[in-house]
Design a protein around this ligand. Structure first.
Ligand SMILES: Nc1ncnc2c1ncn2[C@@H]1O[C@H](COP(=O)(O)OP(=O)(O)O)[C@@H](O)[C@H]1O
Ligand SMILES: [Mg+2]
Length: 348
């Protein structure tokens, strides 16, 4: 039996559908309940898609998952898959440790060391907060004095992880891009948000006490995002915004398998096995055609990938046809529970 935390609009919609179609026993649980451990007492596994915007989950999801793993449950996402989620600082150490090819990345935890570094390095550099998506917390630092300004802020008031000006600029870009009614109305919302903080913003702490700078890799007009789930991979090409270096969140997406660099697929499979993760989305940019990894994430906007024409297996054989990536999660969950039970029976 699998426990599923049901959140409408998340991966769980298709998880439940898959279980219904394939007669897989499941029960719906609520991970936010204090008695969650006893709720899953009769289960072999737990599946819970918590997003990075969920500040409640950020407080305990990893701890709950670790505890359940210790209890013998198979969990999606498991610890290896999610400990670095929405945490680019954690990812720096992880990706260096597995010897992934990444742009040179520096993190400092005090003003003096950061300033000393800024004095002797060259610019531009890319500044990032540890969390955030859709490029919202990623900025180009063009000069030393700009870097010093950011360093001073990091070690005083800190940064808000939700930039309201940034959100409005983002809405304007989407209006320019697709000129839909929806994009038009979102401008009004963006203007209102300039003055009224959301519940999420009120709950979030300021980002301070660290600063992250990454080597800037120029002349990338797109990034390649590969998602690996078990032994399958699919991908998209995302074009950068006009007059910008950032692709993530631009909304200009190419769903053409021919344009997915096979080198990225190979690296994505290789890195997944080194991280020992169940599901990883990889953002690759390029330096002289060599793929460099800038971000990983266990979760992604699953509905976007419905438009992918197919997926590859780990031998890079192509499987043509539409798919639901969430179904892959359940397939892998069921197989891993079966494997575990086989081992258990053997040792009895
Ligand atoms: N070091 C870099 N050099 C050049 N472009 C970068 C670099 N890091 C990120 N980018 C661009 O910025 C986008 C957002 O960066 P990313 O680290 O993936 O943050 P996010 O979590 O916002 O997606 C990427 O999709 C890529 O196009
Ligand atoms: Mg990204």
């Amino acid at each position: 039996m699998i426990a599923i935390h049901n959140r409408e609009g998340s991966f769980s919609d298709k998880w439940i559908e898959y279980c219904d179609i394939h007669n897989i026993k499941y029960k719906l649980v609520n991970c936010y309940d204090s008695d969650i451990i006893s709720q899953v007492e009769d289960c072999d596994g737990l599946m819970w898609h918590w997003p990075q915007t969920d500040f409640k989950a950020a407080q305990f999801a990893r701890q709950l998952i670790y505890a359940l793993e210790l209890k013998g449950l198979t969990v999606f996402p498991d610890s290896n898959t999610c400990w670095h989620y929405d945490d680019k600082v954690g990812q720096k150490y992880l990706l260096e440790a597995i010897q992934a090819e990444i742009p040179d990345t520096n993190v400092f935890y005090d003003r003096t060391t950061a300033s000393r570094w800024a004095e002797k390095t060259d610019f531009p550099k890319v500044f990032k907060l540890r969390g955030g998506a859709g490029s919202s917390n990623v900025h180009l630092i063009r000069t030393k004095s700009q870097a010093i300004h950011f360093i001073n802020k990091a070690f005083s008031n800190g940064f808000s992880s939700v930039s309201r000006i940034g959100l409005l600029t983002e809405r304007l870009w989407h209006l320019k891009r697709d000129k839909s009614l929806k994009a038009f109305f979102s401008i009004g919302k963006g203007l209102a948000r300039l003055f009224i903080p959301t519940e999420l913003e009120k709950q979030l702490n300021k980002e301070r006490g660290y600063i992250y700078f990454q080597e800037f890799i120029p002349e990338n007009s797109f990034d390649i995002r590969i998602i690996v789930i078990g032994k399958r991979a699919f991908g998209i090409k995302r074009m950068v915004r006009d007059n910008d270096f950032r692709a993530s969140g631009s909304g200009s997406i190419v769903f053409d398998a021919e344009q997915i660099n096979p080198e990225c697929l190979k690296l994505a499979f290789e890195y997944t096995s080194r991280i020992k993760a169940q599901s990883v989305a990889y953002d690759f940019i390029f330096l002289n055609e060599k793929p460099l990894l800038v971000e990983i994430s266990y979760a992604f906007l699953h509905e976007v990938y419905r438009k992918c024409p197919g997926y590859w297996n780990d031998n890079l054989d192509w499987h043509e046809g539409k798919f639901y990536s969430e179904w892959f999660n359940v397939e892998d969950m069921v197989n891993s529970i079966k494997e575990k039970n086989k081992l258990k029976n053997k040792s009895l």
